[in-house]
Structure formats: structure tokens, C-alpha cells
Design a protein around this ligand. Structure first.
Ligand code: SF4
Length: 431
């Protein structure tokens, strides 16, 4: 079964990715290369998602990197970075562990990093310590003569993999059968596709070709508003939670946002439900953010009555509703920076970011809502061993693990990205 099949089967059977301790451990920290050929994403909350067959596989890392000590890798990475100077920029996603972030020239979310790379015109290599869709976006937004490198090709994203071009195209064709392709008299299209940044370049291209747009977690409301000004309804993928939380805040009733299960006719809905829909929510989710629960929030409030609970909008709706606020990683970082000394924060997002924020802000008490420390196992695949390998390769003149989006995909994908960028400044992701 594909990843979508597996995850949806588990949801429907009630066998979801529960925060069971047995699925979450730190084996990836020591030897990530042992997991690269396995069908799952690796130990962690997305262990049970199966990596789609078309996802790139990482070859065997040369033994000298697999057996090097942390101290040796540190020396080699620093030496390679020093030799390369401005020729190589290391980009580190917020969710990377500190062992990798220490080498990053820029730290941020996926879109911030793609934009940050533009500020280094002399860089020949953009080494993206993140996951596959992020490297694709960086490639599409960088100059043609720059090479984007993903240190470990197995670093995908289980959420992004829950929607692929084939199943979204099938869905689109079903919707066209219901609604046709003609706009209303006042120019509203039947459906506008909106894809979250956490999706493949192919899906961004699909949106570009079909009058749609890309959104991030920081501008999803402005993007949905844009889309609903141009269409009667929106098809939102792949993250149902970001779509639902955003649309709900905009006042759209829950019964006007059915989920779309790609394994069922009409996504598992009646034709009337589809006709009544304002936002059709693809049945995807983030395995990391799905772990957060209202019980964890209640426990945090019981322990710290003054606690401020902030969660990422990829969390389930009941969790977002029970929190004090929700927002992107950038929102969380800024909220903590602006708080008076002595504040207490319970944060519902990936553990590496939360721990870093706790270390950087000793004036506050900051902790992760989830008591079982469980990182994003796909991000975790960027081990310093892979970083040393690609940096030293580039030093020798070899571009290892280059991510290159074909122009046939990149051209329409850039259209969807540019539509997002053309929105009012308030809708732009913070840079
Ligand atoms: S935290 Fe979730 S959405 Fe982000 S890369 Fe990991 S699996 Fe994907």
C-alpha cells in the first residue's frame, strides 16, 4: 500500500499514529544511514508511514563518514566550510537538531530559507538541511547556476507524501465532473486549488496551471481569502489540519469543509456535500503535530496556571481551540521573544525547535506539550555525517545529491509561488 493508503487505513480503522512510546525513540540519532533503505521514515512519530516508491533513495554513505566520531565530523565540516567560504551556504530548518544547526549560515522555516539563499549571490551551492520539498522550493527560487543540495535524499516529509500528483489529478477530474469547468457569471471558478508549502514541486505546478496558489502556515488565511475571491470553493492539500484551523478562524462552518479521502469516490462524500463545500480538505496530516492533545494542554495548565500555550496550526482542531494561540514557527519564535521575563510557555511543535528556544531564553520556562520527546524523524535524517560528505564533495568539485526541478514543473510552480508573493505585504511570510 502507498503511504496515503496506509495512513488513511489507520485513521479509518481507529489505529492512528497514537503517541505510543514504542513508536518513538532516538535510534536515528546514532546511525541514520541504517534506516535509509527501509520502507518507513524511521524511528519517531512517522515511523509507520511508508515512504512512496517514487521517493528518491539515499545510497550508502561512504564508510569514512559512517564511522567518523562526532569530533572528527565537526573538524571536517568546519574545515570544508572554511575552504569553501562564500561558495557554499548551509541552510538549517528550525526543526533540525543543534548538532546540525551549529553549521547553518541561516536558520528559519522553509520559505525563509529559500529566500535567505537569494541574499548570497556568490554562493554556488545551497546546502539545505531540511527535507525534500524545501530543497525543491529553494531550487525553483534560486539562480539556474546555483546547485541545491539535500545532504540525505531520504529526508522526505511524511505529510507532503500524503498527496501526490496522480491522486490530486484524479480528485480534480472528479470535481470537474460535478462542477464542470465554466466560471459563474461573476467570474468565480468552480474550484481553486491551494497547496501548502509542504508539498512536492509537482503539486505546486498543478496549482500554477489551475489558477491556484501556494500558502505557508503564516499566510494561510490571506491565501484562502484570495482563493475564495476567485472561486466558489477551495481544494486544500495536503494538510487537513492547517486548512480546517484556518478556515474555521475565517468563520467557515465545519459542515462546509469535508475531508477528501483519495481512496473513495468523491473523497468519501455525497455529491451534495461536495456542492455545499467551501473548503475541501485533503486527508493529510503531520505525524509530529498530530501527537499533541488537549489532555497535554490540561496537564500543562494544571502544573503551571499562568502557562501560555502556543501550538502550530498543523495540530488537530481541538488542540488549536484549547491553546491560547496558534501560529507558524516564526510566530512562536516572535511570541517568546516579545514576552516579559519569567513567562511560562507550553509549545506544541517539533521538539528540536522547542528545546532550542528553551536554551536561548533562560529567562522563561519553556517546554514541549508532548512529554514523550519525539522529533520529526524525516528531518533527523540530516546527520552531520551526510553534511560532511556533501561539503567535502563540493570542495572536490562534485555536486552530490543535487535537487533539480525540471523546468516543465518549475515554470507553473513559480506561477503559484509568485501569486502568493504578490499578495498584500501582510500575507507575505516573514523573511
Ligand atoms: S514536522 Fe511534519 S510537516 Fe514538517 S517535515 Fe516533519 S513530517 Fe513534514
Amino acid at each position: 500500500m502507498s503511504s496515503v493508503d496506509v495512513t488513511i487505513h489507520e485513521i479509518l480503522s481507529g489505529e492512528s499514529h497514537s503517541p505510543a512510546r514504542s513508536t518513538c525513540n532516538s535510534r536515528l540519532a546514532d546511525a541514520p544511514w541504517l534506516f535509509d533503505a527501509q520502507p518507513g521514515y524511521g524511528p519517531g512519530s512517522s515511523e509507520r508511514d511508508v515512504i512512496p516508491a517514487i521517493t528518491p533513495r539515499q545510497g550508502v554513505l561512504p564508510e569514512e563518514y559512517r564511522t567518523a566520531s562526532a569530533a572528527e565530523l565537526d573538524l571536517r565540516i568546519r574545515a570544508a566550510k572554511h575552504t569553501l567560504g562564500d561558495r557554499a551556504v548551509v541552510l538549517g530548518h528550525f526543526y533540525q537538531r543543534d548538532e546540525v544547526i551549529q553549521y547553518a549560515d541561516f536558520v528559519g522555516d522553509s520559505f525563509q530559507l529559500a529566500q535567505a539563499a537569494r541574499t548570497r549571490p556568490n554562493a554556488e551551492a545551497l546546502i539545505f538541511c531540511g527535507v525534500h520539498f524545501m530543497a525543491e522550493t529553494a531550487d525553483m527560487l534560486s539562480r539556474p547556476d546555483q546547485s541545491v543540495i539535500l545532504p540525505n535524499l531520504a529526508a522526505g516529509c511524511s505529510m507532503a507524501d500524503m498527496a501526490d500528483l496522480e491522486s490530486v489529478t484524479d480528485c480534480w477530474e472528479e470535481l470537474e465532473e460535478v462542477f464542470g469547468t465554466d466560471p459563474t457569471a461573476d467570474g468565480l471558478q468552480p474550484v481553486i486549488p491551494v497547496t501548502y508549502m509542504n508539498s512536492s514541486a509537482a503539486l505546486k505546478g498543478f496549482c500554477g496551471e489551475h489558477g491556484g496558489v501556494v500558502c505557508t502556515s503564516s499566510n494561510a488565511a490571506q491565501v484562502l481569502k484570495w482563493a475564495l475571491e476567485r472561486g466558489q470553493r477551495v481544494l486544500f492539500f495536503p494538510d487537513q489540519h492547517l486548512g480546517r484551523n484556518t478556515a474555521k478562524k475565517m468563520g467557515i462552518p465545519l459542515d462546509q469543509m469535508p475531508t477528501w479521502n483519495p481512496n473513495k469516490p468523491l473523497g468519501g462524500n455525497t455529491e451534495q456535500q461536495i456542492r455545499d463545500a467551501k473548503v475541501l480538505l485533503w486527508h493529510g496530516f503531520c505525524s509530529v503535530h498530530k501527537r499533541f492533545t488537549t489532555g497535554q494542554i490540561a496537564a500543562a495548565r494544571a502544573q503551571y496556571p499562568s502557562v501560555r500555550v502556543i501550538v502550530h496550526p498543523e495540530c488537530p482542531m481541538d488542540v488549536v481551540d484549547a491553546a491560547d494561540s496558534s501560529g507558524s514557527t516564526d510566530f512562536i519564535v516572535k511570541a517568546i521573544a516579545a514576552a516579559p521575563s519569567g513567562s511560562v510557555f507550553a509549545i506544541g511543535t517539533e521538539i528540536n525547535l522547542v528545546q532550542r528556544l528553551a536554551n536561548q531564553n533562560p529567562q522563561h520556562t519553556i517546554f514541549c506539550l508532548d512529554p514523550v520527546v519525539c522529533p520529526c524523524s524525516t528531518m533527523y535524517r540530516i546527520h552531520p555525517g551526510y553534511l560532511a560528505w556533501v561539503l567535502e564533495g563540493f570542495e572536490r568539485g562534485e555536486v552530490l545529491n543535487q535537487i533539480r526541478v525540471p523546468e516543465s514543473v518549475a515554470v507553473p510552480a513559480r506561477v503559484a509561488l509568485e501569486r502568493m508573493l504578490a499578495l498584500a505585504p501582510a500575507a507575505r511570510p516573514a523573511l
